[in-house]
Design a protein around this ligand. Structure first.
Ligand code: SF4
Ligand code: SF4
Length: 165
């Protein structure tokens, strides 16, 4: 697949406001046998682009399971093996970084798609909120709030400080 996958996080945030019937699907490039506890592409994206990297991160201090940690670059990481899905970090974050479906660790297996397979990718696009996923030939473009997560994924998000890129 030569095109990149552009993920518009704002469309998923609308879903997170309970306007969708079910949790959005997840896409991976290599699906391991045990999908429980896997972190989604969106979770990696929000910690990179949405999170404001608070100095005294309230999400870390509120977590009863010590499941959140900040790395040397200020990036938050969630240890899924420790997380008890209480969602306290979602409630306390003043910037709406996390989406509640990140903590649905036991969603149906048919909601996971292998994005390296064109057929699966098309099913994934249809299962996501309308307009949330597009396939593009373009690259990172901060003027349009589009940022590179990796070689295959672009993220559209209104980040708080363009200097962080
Ligand atoms: S509270 Fe929210 S913005 Fe602040 S570090 Fe935690 S996730 Fe990031
Ligand atoms: S949902 Fe998980 S990471 Fe968030 S506060 Fe609860 S245990 Fe910690």
């Amino acid at each position: 697949m030569s095109k990149k996958i552009l993920i518009d996080l704002s469309k998923f945030r609308l879903c997170d406001d309970k306007s969708c019937d079910q949790s959005p699907p997840e896409g991976f490039f290599s699906i391991p046998p045990n999908v429980n506890g896997l972190k989604s592409i969106r979770e990696l994206a929000v910690f990179q682009f949405t999170c404001r990297k608070c100095e005294d991160a309230p999400c870390i201090s509120v977590c009863p399971a010590e499941a959140l940690e900040k790395d040397s670059d200020g990036m938050i990481n969630r240890y899924t093996n420790l997380c008890i899905s209480c969602k306290s970090c979602v409630a306390i974050c003043p910037f709406g970084t996390m989406m509640t479906d990140f903590f649905d660790h036991h969603r149906k297996k048919d909601m996971y798609f292998d994005l390296s397979d064109e057929h699966e990718l098309n099913k994934f696009i249809k299962a996501c909120p309308q307009g949330a996923i597009t396939l593009v030939d373009s690259d990172e473009n901060p003027k349009e709030n589009i940022y590179k997560l990796n070689d295959k994924i672009l993220i559209k998000e209104h980040i708080w400080n363009t200097d962080q890129k």
